[in-house]
Design a protein around this ligand. Structure first.
Ligand code: GDP
Ligand code: MG
Length: 352
């Protein structure tokens, strides 16, 4: 299964600019609403220095990094939940994504304040909440007539719908509720928007941005970036990028960090396989067991799973080879229920 994030934000927030920066794809960037009618989609691989060093020590010719899909839907406007500004269509594109990246325009402001940025993200958050309330209402209308049947699952569902409705009416997104595993199974069918993880990107101007502003908001998953500068950066040859950034007092592009943060928010871990001439990164949810992880590589590996040898990527790169890791006593054998940890390199043993 692939992972995806959708860019949301008001028209002219800088979504298409950020999309270009992330994907290095040329897309329409224009200062009027709805220039992005159909969503732009691209699959990108976050830079993974761990994979690069694993490939180097194993002499891999082929390096296959983990990927995430990025989707740029057109700007949501006030009233989108009622179908304004092609609203329903845009919201539809967002229902299938795993993470929302909320782009907020701040490029006309010299100083950023928390209050100002919160106010600017309100319209979108409200539209997403209204869309969820609408989904919940429809579901209730379908479920309520079944209550007479005495079916316990109907009562369970109605109670949950009511609880969520109350929460949304208090102005809180559903991602703030801790749901039980049973509730989560039911919720997956509804594709509620405010239940998705949200990462805020505050789009500042290159003339105002400073290194300190990256860390402005520590209690909210967010990042201050300069979208226009990041998008221009991809047009420079790799060797000239650093110099270009330095001219604005910046050390590095924020895009790799942004993708890294998205992976963290999605609670994903990356594990690695090194086989023959290929070094590969794989992305799975935290709490994935070894046998399931093996099944991602090949279904036969899950079916015939015996056990897996595990070593950490840093130990392997420091030691130089799997044999050297074994000699140092730093390799372990784990069974099917072992929980895969971020940075594990696994060598699966299976019956074929
Ligand atoms: N000054 C400045 N303008 C920006 C920045 N990011 C976006 N813009 C402008 O905002 C307008 C809309 O950008 P776009 O990415 O198409 O917005 P979208 O509607 O959210 O996709 C364009 O004219 C951009 O030049 C920025 O960092 N600084
Ligand atoms: Mg756009």
């Amino acid at each position: 299964m692939g992972w995806s994030c959708g860019l949301v934000g008001l028209p002219n927030a800088g979504k298409s600019t950020l999309f270009k920066a992330i994907t290095a794809h040329q897309v329409t960037i224009a200062g009027y609403p709805f220039s992005t009618v159909d969503p732009n989609r691209a699959t990108v691989s976050p830079d993974d220095p761990r994979l690069t060093s694993l490939a180097a020590i194993s002499g891999s010719e082929k390096v296959t990094p983990a990927t995430i899909e990025v989707i740029d839907v057109a700007g949501l406007v006030e009233g989108a939940s009622r179908g304004e500004g092609l609203g329903n269509q845009f919201l539809g594109h967002l229902r299938n994504v795993d993470l929302l990246v909320h782009v907020v325009a701040a490029y006309e402001e010299e100083q950023l304040s928390r209050e100002m940025l919160a106010a600017r993200s309100e319209t979108i958050n409200l539209e997403l909440a209204l869309a969820d309330l609408d989904t919940i209402k429809r579901r209730r209308e379908k479920t309520e007539p079944k209550l007479k049947s005495g079916d316990k699952s109907v009562a369970f569902e109605l109670e949950l719908l009511e609880h969520m409705e109350k929460h949304l009416n208090e102005g809180l997104p559903l991602r703030k509720i801790l749901f039980s595993p049973e509730e989560k199974i039911f919720l997956d069918q509804l594709s509620l928007l405010t239940g998705k993880a949200m990462f805020y990107v505050y789009n500042h101007d290159e003339n105002f941005i400073c290194e300190d502003s990256h860390e402005l908001f520590i209690d909210q998953p967010s990042m201050v970036i300069c979208g226009r500068l990041e998008a221009e950066l991809v047009d420079f040859p790799a060797g000239e990028r650093e110099q270009f950034l330095q001219a604005f007092g910046l050390k590095e592009s924020m895009i790799p960090k942004l993708l890294q943060r998205c992976f963290e928010l999605l609670k994903l871990v990356t594990f690695y396989t090194v086989k023959g001439s290929e070094a590969r990164g794989w992305v799975v949810p935290r709490e994935t067991r070894a046998a399931q992880a093996a099944g991602k590589i090949h279904t036969d590996m899950e079916k015939g799973f015996i056990n897996t040898e595990v070593m950490t990527w840093d130990c392997l790169t420091a030691s130089g080879s799997p044999a050297a890791v074994r000699d140092r006593g730093m390799s372990r054998t784990e069974g099917k229920d072992y929980l895969i940890q971020d940075g594990d390199v696994i060598f699966v043993r299976f019956r074929s």
